[in-house]
Design a protein. Structure first.
Lengths: 307, 655
């Protein structure tokens, strides 16, 4: 897959002209969500709300219906152009829509994403964790078909974890606690540098440094926090390292949404022959987690290109 | 041998970091014979917080260790029961749900997966018995043919090695189907109990060495299962017995349901016994920790502790009595640990406070806050006497409680002269000394000296081997060696700093505590700050507060869930009390895990209690960040007022 990126600080200037047959949006959680949903609703002929829940791992809720992979592909196959509003959709929803779009033989999928001006910070009295952020509450590691690993194979393969890191240190610590087998794997981390705003990358590094150190990660790799293509290239590169050793790459997209989109593209590309699997903690995002709007991005993903 | 090796001895302290084969590595806990594994055929629910050693115990009891290639095994030394270890894998098992299938089909799919894992484990035990150096003893095992498996899967091979590969393929097919249930053919689901017992029958009939072997299934991390999966395991617990017994390990409050697949529920004592790992560790934890300490250092080549400390003694369950009952052995082992990790308590600790500028100034300031208000004020220096350091340190708090400075000074003089004083008769020293030490250290950069010492490490780690090992790991980074290569005692200041660093690591780690990890971290942080504020009260009227109870009402359901999670993840320990309070016959105290104490600068002992009203406790457990901050600020305000009131009382007394 390849990505073309359109970015602007003013949605009307660049983005007002886009039109789509079909759109999927998630929950309205903050100012930027509202702005993004408003734009998509006015530019798409048909828009549906969608959500993945761990209790229904084989389905995706679209509007009032729970759709399996075939039904999803059928719904998407009717449209000629599709936009995913990824500010509000979660990484798993993006992943399932991309997979369905590929199954429905769509040429491309657009992903809209709006950066926040600021994130909600934890302000604790005398807290030594002053960089901590309150972006989500509940975290449960749970598999997402068809991106589950074959457990019986993992012991014989060169398994590596690629953790894409964000601001919430609890998430990386949590996946290690809930999936301790990873301790024995080779571990890579990807951090968004530069961040959306100068200095933000420090948060991702500072908040995760203890876990990276404890679990002996390889040197951290960097790519811009808003770059889908950069993150996708990094994933592909890491996966290609040691290609002779029958590698299996487990991706944990715990960082920015553009990195989550890249992880989704990588997984759809590499899910055959058990080359890759997803490790995800399904955060429940907090309302009012960010304030105002910074930059708008539209990522046009070309599904016709093979990896 | 270098000093780095001393720290490396403690670097590995998580069970996941180790191999499945723990032979020669696992120090058999002193409670081990209480498990009575040779006799019991009733399932055990191993319960305890993370880090207490459940996983290592289960791995020790499983075939990878029992039949370790490093071990000499004969027909006579073959364990009577062989363990099959499996861990509930969250990522994978949570995909076995949803309306893609009826719940009955998910049950069958889950049982099928479980069955394949157990068959794999069973076949691995046979493989371990047919290693080249064991063939002579276990010749029949290599000729076992598992024909009964073909009753379920017609084309399956009957030779164990080929069947092992076949079962692996079946697991892959199951994963493929689980990934694409719409496209892939549904595998034929195997009935667990029938398959496993049929295979055991085959083995018992053909290999006389295994004719009476009982197989124990150890399912680790039971709490990760979905409710229907727990019901299936509960059913197997209920129907356990020769030749297949199920045991599970879980965190506290991890058994979310007692239901089975039928109408029956499983009952403690009747269907299973609970083995509380921490409670069993507690009586001998000091010795066990000292043994771990010496053993790990001896393995790195250091001559620490009695020569009896060896793999032969500690890694074998047969010498438990000798370890528990030989007083010389016990004393010399504990003393060896104490020598390297010395304490600084009592007079010594008090003296070092009086000689260190920052701490002495803080005490002087504490005294001046009171003395400065009186007209005929005494000088603070009069209360700082090197000949009675413990008593001197308590005077600041006594004055803040409104006691007459002249009277306190006169009692101090009596103590200095060796006469009976209220420091003894009214228990002033005993009641206030430790609290005053924490108080004086709170605003300092350096951590309180009371965190140093082997015995302090024991209290801070509270039956948690992992916490103890991490405390040792960080403390030993500062170790120095003599010219002969012996380990020198680690300075108490450096130990205290190590304790604070380890405490911060584990505090941060609470964020990874399951579904509500972030919330649990915030609860611990808020509570730690409240207790810290309590320790910062100059009067020390409620010294060393480290636990709370809920009064005046009930917690909301949501708050009760978080409280239960706090206990499950050992953020809090529940201590049940049986006495009448708020018209209830029994109630519970909740103690903050002492591993967090050095981070907050508070006491690691169960000191005084804080009664928190149910509304405030709900805010503490499920409130927004702002509400939690408000709660902390509320205590700050109230306690400042309290201190002010007491001072004004004293002023009145003077008038």
């Amino acid at each position: 897959m390849r990505v073309r990126t359109y970015s602007s600080t003013d949605e009307q200037h660049q983005f007002g002209a886009f039109r789509w047959d079909l759109a999927f949006v998630g929950d309205d959680l903050d100012e930027r969500s509202r702005a993004a949903i408003t734009l998509v609703n006015s530019a798409a002929k048909e828009a549906h709300q969608a959500a993945f829940t761990v209790e229904q791992p084989h389905r995706l809720r679209v509007g009032a219906n729970l759709l399996g992979p075939k039904e999803l592909a059928k719904l998407i196959g009717k449209a000629r152009s599709l936009v995913l509003e990824t500010t509000t959709l979660g990484t798993v929803e993006v992943l399932q829509f991309l997979r369905a779009a590929r199954d429905a033989h769509l040429d491309s999928v657009d992903c809209l994403y709006v950066e926040p001006k600021d994130y909600e910070k934890d302000t604790f009295l005398e807290s030594s964790w002053s960089r901590d952020f309150s972006l989500s509450d509940s975290h449960r590691v749970a598999g997402v078909p068809p991106f589950l690993p074959m457990q019986a194979q993992l012991t014989d393969r060169n398994v590596r974890l690629v953790a894409m890191l964000g601001y919430e240190s609890s998430r990386l610590a949590g996946v290690f606690e809930q999936d301790p087998e990873m301790v024995a794997w080779r571990k890579f981390a990807v951090v968004g540098v530069p961040g959306y705003s100068p200095g933000w990358e420090q948060n991702a590094l500072a908040n995760n440094v203890d876990t990276l150190d404890t679990h002996q990660f390889h040197p951290v790799r960097y790519c811009s926090a808003s770059s889908v293509s950069g993150a996708y290239d990094l994933l592909t590169q890491i996966h290609a390292e040691g290609h002779d050793e029958n590698p299996h790459t487990t991706v944990a997209p715990l960082g920015t949404k553009p990195h989550g989109i890249a992880a989704a593209m990588f997984l759809v590309d590499h899910s055959s022959y058990q080359q890759a699997s997803l490790l995800y903690d399904h955060p429940i995002r907090i309302k009012g987690r960010s304030s105002k709007v910074r930059r708008w991005h539209l990522y046009r993903i070309d599904l016709t290109r093979k990896p | 041998m270098n000093k780095l090796a001393a720290a490396q001895a403690f670097a590995k302290n998580r069970s996941e970091e180790g191999e499945l084969d723990l032979w020669g590595e696992f120090v058999v806990p002193l409670y081990f014979d209480k498990l009575s594994l040779d006799e019991i055929r009733k399932p055990i629910v191993f319960e305890g917080g993370r880090g207490c050693g459940k996983t290592t115990l289960l791995r020790y009891l499983s075939h990878a260790t029992q039949l370790s290639p490093r071990r000499q095994i004969t027909k006579d030394t073959l364990p009577k029961q062989l363990g099959l270890y499996l861990r509930a894998d969250t990522r994978y098992l949570r995909a076995f749900q949803g309306d893609a299938l009826e719940e009955g089909d998910w049950q069958k799919a889950f049982e099928h997966d479980l069955c394949l894992i157990i068959v794999g484990e069973l076949l691995s035990t046979l493989k371990a018995l047919t290693l080249p150096n064991r063939i002579a003893e276990f010749n029949e095992v290599q000729h076992v043919r598992l024909t009964s498996f073909t009753d379920f899967i017609g084309d399956a091979p009957v030779e164990p090695p080929a069947l092992l590969a076949h079962v692996k393929r079946m697991r892959n097919q199951l994963a493929m189907w689980l990934n694409n249930p719409e496209d892939e053919a549904k595998p034929r689901f195997l009935p667990l109990k029938q398959v496993i017992t049929a295979l055991i029958d085959d083995i018992r009939a053909q290999a006389p060495q295994l004719s009476s072997t009982v197989f124990f299934v150890f399912l680790d991390e039971y709490e990760n299962l979905l409710p229907y999966q727990m019901r299936i395991i509960n059913t197997y617990l209920k129907h356990s017995g020769d030749p297949l017994v199920f045991h599970v390990a879980t965190k506290r409050n991890g058994m979310a349901t007692r239901e089975t697949l039928s109408e029956e529920r499983i009952q403690q004592s009747h269907d299973f016994n609970v083995f509380d790992v921490e409670a069993h560790l507690e009586p001998d934890f000091q010795l066990f920790a000292a043994e771990l300490f010496c053993f790990r250092l001896r393995k790195k080549g250091f001559n620490v502790g009695p020569d009896a400390i060896s793999t032969e003694l500690l890694c074998s369950p047969s010498d438990l009595a000798q370890r528990r009952e030989n007083e010389d052995y016990k004393r010399s082992t504990v003393e060896a640990a104490r020598r390297i990790l010395p304490v600084r308590r009592g007079v010594e600790a008090a003296r070092s406070v009086l000689t260190q500028g920052g701490l002495r100034n803080k005490l002087k300031q504490q005294l001046d806050e009171v003395l400065g208000r009186a007209e005929d004020s005494l000088r603070a220096d009069l209360f700082l006497r090197d000949d009675v350091p413990i008593e001197s340190i308590c005077t600041g708090a006594l004055l803040h409680q409104g006691k007459d400075p002249k009277m306190v000074l006169s009692e101090l003089e009596k103590a200095a002269l060796g006469q009976m004083s209220k420091f003894k008769t009214a228990d002033w020293s005993h009641t206030y000394f430790q609290g005053c030490l924490y108080y004086l250290y709170l605003p300092q950069q350096k951590p309180c000296i009371l965190y140093a010492g082997f015995d302090s490490f024991i209290s801070i780690s509270k039956e948690n081997a992992r916490h103890f090992l991490e405390l040792c790991h960080l403390a030993m980074l500062n170790v120095e060696l003599t010219a002969e290569g012996d380990i020198m005692p680690v300075e108490p200041e450096l130990q205290a700093a190590a304790a604070r660093a380890a405490s911060a690591v584990f505090m941060k780690e609470t964020q990874g505590s399951g579904q509500y990890g972030n919330r649990l971290f915030h609860v611990a942080n808020t509570l730690g700050q409240i207790f810290r504020l309590s320790h910062a009260r100059p009067s020390q009227s409620e010294a060393e507060r480290t636990h709370f109870s809920v009064s005046s009402g009930e917690l909301s359901e949501e708050a009760s869930t978080i409280l239960s999670e706090c206990i499950k993840w050992s953020v809090l320990f529940e201590v049940k009390e049986t006495k009448v309070k708020d018209t209830k016959l029994s109630y519970a105290d909740f103690v903050l895990n002492p591993i967090f104490a050095p981070h907050f600068g508070i006491s690691y002992n169960k000191g005084r209690k804080l009664d928190i009203k149910a509304d405030d406790a709900t805010r503490l457990l499920v409130g927004s960040r702002d509400e939690m901050n408000m709660l902390v600020k509320g205590y700050q305000k109230t306690w400042k007022l309290d201190e002010g009131e007491q001072l004004s009382l004293f002023d009145q007394g003077k008038a």
